[in-house]
Design a protein around this ligand. Structure first.
Ligand SMILES: [Zn+2]
Length: 260
């Protein structure tokens, strides 16, 4: 009698923990085709797409990892301007009569944040720091916001940038800003691929934020606001791997309506 076929190989915890990052993310990117030049050989034997677990296994979550805060370039080091509290569309400070104002969250941020929302900048100029300054200028001068909309920038060279302070509400996802961390990957991913260094540091940032803030969900901007394709097709295909690395559910299901 022929022997029965061996059981399909399952991904072990070590697979996920040891090979998270570029391998997992590159795996998610395989669906965009063979044009990607940085798939690692090991990835070829892996399932093209790991099913997303209904309950993120604890062993896969950020909580189960030892996660160091990624190096973050502070505002003064990339030449950020000070917030402008006379800004037209985010003027003054939040209050019962000024719900669109600059909102500083009170108390423990773990009680505020549930979701990380991923964006692309579309705009890209010369290098990452220049791009951060250009984004902030656009948000201050064209959008009329008090500061850059996002809490973090993820550069093409693998550098994380501090954006709007984490204890201040962002302005990056219309109608869903309260309790949503804004992370922008620098580049236009409707046309270009994110760099491996960018995906890896972005993954580490989101893992760390998940642990720090006890997040539950990761979404792309377009999941909340259907009038945008942000973060672009070539970054959107990496979202499931980013979510899985941190043990986050993918989608908008974690959003808490603002009751304040
Ligand atoms: Zn966006």
């Amino acid at each position: 009698m022929p022997r029965s076929a061996p059981p399909a190989r399952r991904l072990s915890r070590r697979d996920f923990l040891g090979l998270a990052g570029m391998t997992a993310i590159a795996g998610a990117l395989t669906c965009v085709g063979a044009s990607l030049g940085y798939l690692v050989a090991d990835d070829l034997s892996r399932p093209r797409r790991a099913p997303f677990p209904t309950q993120p296994p604890a062993a896969l979550s950020a909580y189960a990892k030892q996660i160091d805060r990624p190096g973050i370039l502070e505002r003064r080091d990339w030449g950020a301007r000070e917030p402008d509290h006379s800004a037209e569309n985010e003027s003054g400070f939040y209050g019962p009569d000024n719900r669109e104002g600059w909102r500083v969250y009170e108390g423990d941020l773990r009680a505020v944040y549930r979701t990380v929302v991923v964006h692309h900048s579309v705009l890209y100029e010369i290098d990452d720091s220049t791009t951060m300054r250009a984004i902030q200028q656009q948000h201050l001068e064209l959008r009329g916001w008090a500061d850059i909309a996002y809490h973090f920038g993820v550069g093409r060279n693998g550098q994380v940038f501090a954006g709007r302070p984490l204890n201040v509400r962002g302005t990056h996802v219309a109608g869903f800003n309260t309790g949503s961390v804004g992370v922008v990957f620098l580049g236009d991913f409707s046309q270009d691929l994110p760099t491996p260094a960018q995906l890896e540091i972005g993954r580490r940032l989101i893992d760390w934020l998940t642990l720090r803030l006890e997040l539950t969900h990761l979404a792309g901007h377009g999941d909340f606001n259907s009038d945008t394709d942000c973060p672009g097709q070539y970054l959107r295909v990496a979202l499931s791997a980013l979510a899985q690395s941190a043990g986050l559910a993918l989608g908008t299901g974690g959003y808490l309506p603002d009751s304040a």
